[in-house]
Design a protein around this ligand. Structure first.
Ligand code: FES
Ligand code: FE2
Length: 337
């Protein structure tokens, strides 16, 4: 389990005056805001007699249990026990587990392990930058993180799962260059034919080429870029939060610029994106439910599953506490799209 990393727990707007509960890597965690408005993440279990602290309330920036009123500060220390009129110290012996927590890019991030290996969470590219328009999507996938990443960074499924909507088969062979990076791997596609699908007929110019790249950012992020020109660029970044072994919360930020009419374009782009990602949610649900019926879990991986081996190699290495050796030479794969 990759516990020592930042994962999105919820969008910033969900955490206001009341405590809320989130699940990350099978841990039940309560979130609230302290007196300075900063997010706090604690184990959702009162040290006294185990009440869920998310049932309590925030009093003066401290979290008060709903059963006998014990109060916890941002470090998880008990600072008030009403039945003993004890207050304003810190009862370390009664402290509960605290998790590292921060706010970035409109999300609350929590590290479910001891110490995050990266100081700050991975940024969503171009988000909030001048001239760029963004919208956010949230989806719960009935699939582990790895399967989600393998889906988001998999070109050949698009002509089947998203046929007509996002990609239509052209039977053209394109070159894909795969390169290892210091934090993952990237697949860049060259000479891709112009798409005839609904999305691209709306979003792309009638003439000219397209630069497309799929990038895996370890341990749990995917980034897909489509660049048509300086002022027509689409980036779809998804951050995967493992809820447990079989469920993943996926937070997607779509950021794009399209001349000066990005805001207008969003009106069609957003519902289309929702439709397309819902197709992936259904596909992965079927795949996982089917896999669960069989004891065999190995896949027949082919060369055109370009980033899948990189995703696995990275995640396996990180879960063993090491960084994979980077294969420095880029290599080409031919894919019929
Ligand atoms: S169970 Fe929380 S104060 Fe008693
Ligand atoms: Fe897809």
């Amino acid at each position: 389990m990759l516990t020592d990393y930042w994962y999105i727990a919820c969008p910033t707007g969900r955490l206001r005056g009341k405590p809320i509960v989130v699940n990350l890597l099978s841990r039940n965690i309560v979130l609230f805001r302290d007196a300075d408005g900063l997010p706090v993440a604690l184990e959702n279990r009162c040290a006294h007699r185990g009440m869920p602290l998310a049932d309590g309330k925030v009093v003066g920036g401290r979290l008060q249990c709903s059963y006998h009123g014990w109060c916890y500060d941002r470090t998880g220390c008990v600072v008030h026990v009403p039945s003993q009129s004890f207050s304003d110290g810190c009862r370390n012996e009664s402290a509960i587990r605290r998790y590292r927590c921060c706010e970035q890019d409109g999300y609350i991030w929590v590290c479910p392990g001891v110490e995050p290996r990266q100081e700050t969470p991975q940024k969503f590219p171009f988000l909030g930058e001048h001239g760029w328009t963004s919208f956010r999507l949230y989806n719960r996938f009935e699939a582990p993180v790895e399967s989600c990443l393998e889906n988001f960074l998999d070109c050949p499924h698009a002509t089947f799962v998203h046929r007509s909507w996002f990609r239509s088969p052209t039977d053209r062979e394109v070159r894909c260059r795969v390169s290892a990076l210091e934090d993952g791997a990237v697949a860049e596609y060259f000479d891709e034919p112009r798409e005839r699908s609904l999305v691209w007929s709306l979003l792309s110019p009638q003439q000219g080429g397209m630069q497309h790249s799929d990038r895996f950012i370890a341990p749990a992020m995917s980034r897909v870029d489509y660049v048509f020109s300086e002022d027509r660029h689409y980036t779809i970044t998804s951050s995967c939060t493992p809820v447990n072994d079989v469920l993943t919360d996926v937070y997607t930020v779509v950021t794009f610029r399209y001349r000066k009419i990005g805001a207008l374009l969003r009106l069609v782009f957003e519902p289309l994106s929702r439709k397309i990602i819902a197709q992936d949610v259904r596909t992965l649900r079927k795949q996982q439910r089917n896999l669960a019926k069989y004891e065999r879990s190995e896949f027949r991986i082919i060369e055109q599953d370009v980033l899948l081996p990189h995703i696995r190699r990275w995640r396996n290495a990180l879960s063993e506490g090491r960084v994979p050796a980077v294969r420095t030479e880029p290599y080409d794969v031919r894919i019929v799209i």
